[in-house]
Write a protein that binds this ligand. Structure first.
Ligand code: SF4
Ligand code: SF4
Length: 77
């Protein structure tokens, strides 16, 4: 899988201000069947590590603070 180079242009974007990974949350990382999300150990926030996505949505739906946004491409809507 390709490592995500520009996090703001990845299919899944995490709002650092809302993410509570620094308080121990790993929900989005745990629910992703592709294992493409990870916790940035420097910032202690979740991010899309690998630029690949099934657009299955549990990361966005299960995030307790609404920090995850999945940008669904027009063609798979
Ligand atoms: S589920 Fe939400 S709050 Fe928890 S680590 Fe992921 S983005 Fe952060
Ligand atoms: S939409 Fe699915 S595949 Fe994509 S990051 Fe979220 S849980 Fe993982």
């Amino acid at each position: 899988m390709t490592i995500t180079t520009t996090r703001t242009q990845a299919p899944v974007v995490v709002d650092d201000d809302k993410c509570i990974a620094d308080k121990g949350c790993t929900v989005c990382v745990d629910v992703c069947p592709l294992d493409v999300l990870a916790i940035d150990l420097v910032k202690n926030k979740a991010f899309m590590k690998f630029d690949e996505c099934w657009y299955c949505m549990p990361c966005e739906k299960d995030c307790p603070t609404g920090a995850v946004h999945v940008n669904i491409p027009y063609l798979v809507r």
